[in-house]
Design a protein around this ligand. Structure first.
Ligand SMILES: Cc1cc2nc3c(=O)[nH]c(=O)nc-3n(C[C@H](O)[C@H](O)[C@H](O)COP(=O)(O)O)c2cc1C
Length: 306
């Protein structure tokens, strides 16, 4: 998660039994990523991964350099997202790295399987960030993925608690991935205003932006986003990235670092409607596991005929 997936949060998640992920592109250079990987390693002796996002960018990042930093940093799990990661798979696999590609459709998940990805993360329409252009929610997308895929997958988008975990498992996933829920934790290295905005938001408070650019993003509604949407309404199919750059470019440091949550577009899932507190990561994961266990033991078990 851009400007959220720093060593503090990744290490906290890994220390609590999850798989923490450091966001590569939040680091301005491959050298800075190498230092962040090392910082994370100082905070946890558990495995953690690195996310490498391939999205349209005005100036493409130094991807070969980031891949080198990941390999030389001894990371063993990479989550790729956005464009097809095929070009990078031979180098990552040669270094013994497992690749989880994030997909928003069965079509893309099957493509990821066919090019040799080890697993996929299936992101439904409700997810924070980039849900793709098909708009299929997880109640349909996950079982469809289970029908088609042979590689394992985790459910992503709308996951918040033990109910989400049990549902994800029931729909065929091996586990779940959480974005927005982890932003509202004590260890998330973001301004308190961001956590408060997520807690205050309901499931009705996200908006989809940049659809006309086929780069749809689910973000939290705010003054900057409403300005952006007004431009989208006025310009329609004529919209260009430059038109909305004031509400999109360079927003993350202002939001996450300075707490200016009205500045513009920052990713947030509909799951905000299920987030009511700011626990530590350890408390959150413990609560999820015991809630899931309770649902299976006390509710589902009693419904079974066997
Ligand atoms: C603040 C924020 C920033 C994100 N940045 C990225 C990113 O840089 N790359 C990426 O692949 N996904 C990014 N995501 C998406 C998450 O990794 C994850 O797929 C998504 O949040 C799951 O949906 P949920 O928010 O409903 O849990 C971001 C999400 C949030 C909330």
């Amino acid at each position: 998660m851009h400007h959220v997936g720093l060593a503090e949060l990744a290490a906290a998640v890994s220390n609590a039994g999850g798989l923490g992920i450091v966001t590569a592109l939040t680091q301005p250079t491959p050298g800075a990523l190498a230092a962040e990987i090392e910082r994370c390693r100082q905070m946890t002796d558990q495995p953690f991964g690195v996310n490498l996002t391939f999205l349209p960018a005005r100036t493409p990042p130094d991807y070969p350099g980031y891949v080198r930093a990941i390999i030389e940093g001894g990371v063993k799990i990479v989550e790729t997202a956005g464009n097809n990661p095929q070009k990078w798979l031979p180098a990552l696999h040669a270094a013994g790295i497992r690749v989880i590609h994030k997909c928003t459709s069965v079509r893309h998940a099957l493509k990821a399987e066919s090019i040799g990805c080890d697993a996929v993360s299936v992101d439904g329409f409700e997810c924070g960030g980039h849900p793709g252009e098909d708009d299929v929610p997880n109640f349909i997308l996950l079982p469809r993925a289970a029908e088609e895929l042979t590689i394992p997958f985790v459910a992503s988008g709308g996951m918040a608690d033990g109910r989400s975990l049990v549902a994800a498992l029931a729909l065929g996933a091996e586990g779940m991935n959480m974005g927005t829920r982890f932003v509202a934790t004590k260890e998330a290295p973001v301004h308190a205003n961001v956590k408060a905005a997520i807690v205050a938001a309901s499931e009705l408070d996200t908006r989809l932006v940049m659809r006309a650019l086929r780069n749809t993003e689910r973000v939290l509604s705010n003054a900057g986003v409403e300005r952006l949407l007004e431009k989208e309404r006025q310009l329609g199919s004529q919209l260009t990235f430059e038109d909305i750059a004031p509400e999109v470019a360079g927003i993350y440091p202002r939001v996450m670092g300075e707490g200016d949550v009205e500045a513009g577009a920052w990713s947030c899932g509909m799951v905000a409607g299920l987030i009511r507190d700011v626990p530590s990561v350890g408390e959150l994961i413990e609560r999820i596991m015991s809630e899931a266990d309770g649902i299976i033991r006390d509710r589902l078990n009693t419904m079974s005929k066997r």
